[in-house]
Design a protein around this ligand. Structure first.
Ligand SMILES: NC(=O)c1ccc[n+]([C@@H]2O[C@H](COP(=O)([O-])OP(=O)(O)OC[C@H]3O[C@@H](n4cnc5c(N)ncnc54)[C@H](O)[C@@H]3O)[C@@H](O)[C@H]2O)c1
Length: 271
């Protein structure tokens, strides 16, 4: 076994990792020797991800499909991880939902759907994971998946934006609670990234965004995963409470597609 593998003997749990950014983070952890529990609400996607990563190795990968917004499931997922691999060192709260909707028409159900996964699911995943991590002297690493939309205003995404902004504060605030146990907690704020959801969901996604990004392209999942995995490594053991923005420079000016069109089409003032 290659002893230079950064995550040899480490056990990680990544949520929403059947595809997209989460899958790429799980892949890089497995490629660096970690044993990974790969969660996705879609059982088939989770199984497919595990099959790919088991083949790639050298770390191990097992599936734990289920809803990362369900607190009972979260508890069972932590127990499953410890039963499978004997410990828990790393948690990546990646699962998140993006729901566009007009502010004036946004429903309670829609609000709850976003908050349930992005905030409640993340909070209780961190709580249960940290309870497990504090049992051992080496502590642990926790990563939250925020967004540049948690740092800048964007039309029709207020609730998503609120939750992603809250995750940056969650990372900062929990420094006080988790540092005594040697647990670090940080957030990643990706900008426009090419995933199955974004690119297949909108064929113009890449062309719309790339000219608005100073570096001239949207991110690949690996562009987000590499720094994420770096933050999870011992090289970054003294970094905690931070949000790393990975956006090709977008937040420097934050232009977005069709700014004027969007503003005008929504300016319907009732009289
Ligand atoms: N893609 C981007 O441009 C971008 C930008 C900024 C932030 N993000 C954030 O990164 C994270 C991953 O986004 P993405 O675009 O890579 O993937 P995505 O949103 O397409 O979802 C990845 C996986 O999560 C699973 N999932 C959805 N709901 C779940 C639940 N309740 N429990 C468990 N799994 C669930 C899906 O089945 C899917 O396989 C999200 O938190 C998202 O908000 C993405």
């Amino acid at each position: 076994m290659n002893t230079r593998l950064k995550f040899l003997n480490k056990v990680a749990l990544v949520t929403g990792a059947g595809e997209g950014i989460g899958f790429e983070i799980a892949r890089q952890l497995v490629n660096e020797g970690a044993s990974v529990v790969l969660n996705d609400i879609d059982e088939k996607l989770a199984g497919k991800g595990v099959a790919i990563l088991t083949q790639e190795g050298p770390g191990k990968c097992v599936s734990c499909s289920g809803d990362a917004s369900d607190v009972d499931f979260i508890r069972s997922m932590i127990d499953f991880t410890v039963t499978q691999f004997g410990r828990l060192d790393i948690v990546v709260a990646n699962a998140g939902i993006t729901l566009f909707g007009n502010f004036f028409e946004f429903t309670v159900q829609e609000f709850q759907k976003v908050v349930n996964l992005n905030l409640k699911g993340t909070f209780f995943l961190v709580q249960h994971a940290a309870k497990q991590m504090r049992k051992k002297a080496e502590g642990g690493r926790i990563l939250l998946m925020s967004s540049t939309i948690g740092l800048r205003a964007y039309p029709n995404l207020t609730v998503y934006s609120m939750t992603k902004s809250a995750l940056c504060m969650m990372a900062k605030s929990l420094v006080l609670e988790l540092s005594p146990y040697e647990i670090t907690i940080n957030a990643i704020a990706p900008g426009a990234t090419s995933t199955e959801r974004t690119v297949l969901g909108d064929l113009e996604y890449e062309s719309k965004w790339k000219n608005l990004i100073p570096l001239g392209k949207i991110a690949l999942p690996a562009d987000i995963a590499r720094p994420s995995v770096m933050l999870l490594s011992d090289e970054c053991r003294h970094i905690t409470g931070q949000t790393w923005v990975i956006d090709g420079g977008w937040t420097a000016a934050s232009p977005y597609p069709n700014f004027n069109t969007v503003q005008r089409s929504e300016k319907k003032v009732p009289r």
